[in-house]
Design a protein around this ligand. Structure first.
Ligand code: DAH
Length: 359
């Protein structure tokens, strides 16, 4: 067979194969088979050098013609097939140019953070500023400076998580750190820190995380939040405390909210009170959520104990003040009717995304 015959055969075969190709990918594969580095036409062209001198110009022209034809056919096929492909996809609605875009998922605050933010805004309106303290505390600040001496039975109120003495865990003999480093069990130690750092009048809230050695259940977490409040000035009275807390409760839960004070006990306040609001679930008659009393305790408070004023560096004969500590986790549970505190730290998006109002 002559080269001229081979060229004619290739031309016909290329035409057939290209028209039989049903996808753009198949055409691209054929382009490679025919025109690629070791493609069928390329091989023939290389053989051209071995043809008799006289035939070469004609053969060369014929070969170029075949190449031109193959290229044109390939481009034509690609255009047809790609157009058909797009049409098919459009009619399958796989690609609907008019469809609305996919919504971007927005993050939002955790429901406890939303409540803490609301409280912060309410307190801000009453002139309180935020003063934060460390989550890793010392026994001294967490207890002693708050009038809770070592071995005092009041310590039983706070089941403490101790930081281990360096090396003691590795040695198989875990002991509390000798320097008294613990995880704070409440935000009250920040009372003393604030008094030592700020000038009178002091009017601060301390929102933050606290930690206790708890048997975790639906209403106890080993990690939870508190907001501490502290007001220190020259003539601050229990009446101020009462008025303030009543205003806060109404701002948070509505004007109709009724409140009451009961006697309480805390080593760092004297007198101490527990502050109740009408049950948010039943509104007063009594239900399972409020233990049939119609009331719910949302915080503890009192007049700052003279010993604590002294810890803060002030003379209790000259200044007084009140303090309170409230629990935003429990308040959030009441707000949304959430039955299990463990959900807050579950990192379960199905739970958290239900509270998307807190942007
Ligand atoms: N620190 C207390 C607790 O964790 C709460 C508390 C009670 C804070 C009375 C106060 C207070 O400031 O006056 O149980």
């Amino acid at each position: 067979m002559s080269l001229a015959d081979d060229l004619a055969t290739l031309r016909a075969s290329a035409r057939d194969r290209l028209s039989a190709a049903t996808s753009a990918d198949a055409v691209e594969a054929l382009r490679h088979e025919l025109l690629g580095r070791s493609g069928e036409l390329t091989v023939l062209l290389r053989a051209l050098g071995t043809a008799p001198e006289a035939e070469r110009p004609a053969l060369g022209r014929a070969a170029n013609e075949v190449r031109g034809e193959i290229e044109a056919t390939i481009n034509g096929r690609l255009e047809t097939l790609r157009g058909a492909d797009l049409e098919r996809r459009l009619s399958d609605e796989a690609l609907d140019m008019s469809a609305p875009g996919r919504a971007v998922r927005m993050g939002h605050l955790h429901p406890v953070m939303t409540l803490m933010r609301d409280l912060r805004e309410i307190f801000h309106a009453y002139g309180f500023e935020v003063y934060e303290g460390p989550e890793i505390e010392t026994d001294e600040y967490n207890f002693e400076l708050l009038n809770i001496p070592p071995d005092h039975p009041a310590r039983d109120l706070w089941d403490t998580l101790y930081v281990a003495e360096p090396g003691s865990v590795e040695a198989g003999d875990p002991r509390p750190a000798e320097d008294g480093t613990i995880l704070r069990t409440h935000t009250s130690p920040v009372q003393v820190r604030a008094m030592r750092a700020l000038d009178l009048p002091i009017r601060v809230i301390t929102p933050g995380r606290c930690f206790r050695y708890e048997a975790v259940d639906a209403s106890h977490g080993f990690e939870f939040h508190q907001i501490e409040g502290l007001v220190i000035d020259h003539d601050t009275s229990l009446a101020d405390l009462k008025g303030m807390l009543e205003e806060i409760a109404r701002a948070l839960y509505g004007r109709d909210t009724r409140t009451r004070f009961r006697p309480g006990y805390y080593p760092f306040t004297e007198p101490s009170v527990a502050f109740d609001v009408t049950c948010l679930v039943c509104g007063g008659p009594g239900c399972a959520a409020c233990g049939r009393t119609g009331w719910m305790t949302i915080l503890g408070a009192g007049m700052v104990h003279p010993e604590v004023i002294r810890s803060g560096g002030f003379d209790p004969d000259e200044v007084q003040g009140y303090a309170f500590g409230l629990g935003p986790d429990r308040m959030t549970m009441l707000r949304h009717g959430i039955g299990d505190i463990r959900l807050f730290f579950s990192a379960d998006l199905r739970f958290v995304t239900q509270f998307a109002e807190g942007r």
